[in-house]
Design a protein around this ligand. Structure first.
Ligand SMILES: Nc1ncnc2c1ncn2[C@@H]1O[C@H](COP(=O)(O)OP(=O)(O)OP(=O)(O)O)[C@@H](O)[C@H]1O
Length: 224
């Protein structure tokens, strides 16, 4: 469960607040897309969930003990640095203090990249490198997987594969997913719930409710 109570946050510690009184309760097992305009505080909210930031006031808590994080994709990350997929994942395995080397092959299998462990990170396509970042996040066997714009910089075919991987983790493993989304079609078609951030507050809605809100066409098909 993720629970926020009267959560306020600003990077300066004073008004104006980016998040101004967020109340939120998310049950385990949901796939929640966090949507909102540029600068509305989506990435800030997930950094608070990950405890990379502290609330200015109020509370945010998660009951998940193991959390995986897939940050926003950056082309610069591995371009000039000759490291293979396996070496990159192995260094992360050391960081997590995981003794079992099988976690590397297991996680690559889950994202469909078993044949790429010897490939140099810099030679991968946007979609492949995003899948490797998902594999990396899976190595710690997370109960909660947090992703920041998983389809940005990824071609349409790989986007479909990435959403299918995320949905499978959610449905088959019961993994809770919180994903910042710019891709509203992906949010509507893949997630079980949508958290819509708007001027410091947000509200939870179903994908159907969000689609109706977003298009101005009601669930009964009538324009509102
Ligand atoms: N480290 C930081 N220090 C100061 N201000 C920041 C920092 N990170 C973000 N901000 C500001 O906080 C506000 C919210 O940023 P945030 O990245 O959370 O929004 P977002 O909804 O994820 O935006 P986008 O859709 O553009 O990625 C923006 O005005 C941004 O400039």
């Amino acid at each position: 469960m993720i629970k926020a109570e009267n959560l306020y946050f600003s990077y300066t510690g004073a008004a104006p607040y980016i998040l101004g009184g967020v109340n939120l309760e998310l049950k385990d097992g949901e796939y929640v897309s966090v949507v909102g305009d540029n600068g509305s505080g989506k990435s800030t909210l997930i950094r608070l969930i990950l405890k990379l930031l502290k609330p200015t006031s109020g509370r945010i808590e998660t009951t998940a003990g193991r959390i995986g994080y897939v940050p926003q994709r950056s082309d610069a990350a591995h371009s000039g640095f000759p490291i293979t997929v396996r070496e990159m994942l192995d260094s992360y395995r050391h960081l997590l203090k995981l003794k079992n080397r099988d976690v590397i092959d297991d996680s690559l299998r889950q994202v469909g990249l078993s044949d790429y462990s010897g490939a140099l990170m810099g030679t991968l396509s946007g979609g492949q490198s995003q899948k490797v970042m998902i594999a990396r996040a899976l190595m710690g066997d997370p109960e909660l997987l947090v992703l920041d714009e998983p389809s940005t910089g990824v071609d349409v075919h790989s986007q479909k594969e990435i959403y299918s991987i995320i949905k499978k983790l959610n449905k088959e493993k019961g993994m809770t997913i919180v994903s910042v989304e710019h891709n509203l079609v992906a949010a509507i078609s893949n997630s079980t719930l949508i958290y819509h951030l708007d001027v410091g507050h947000g509200h939870i809605c179903t994908p159907a409710q969000f689609a109706a809100e977003f298009t101005g066409i009601g669930l009964d098909g009538r324009e509102e």
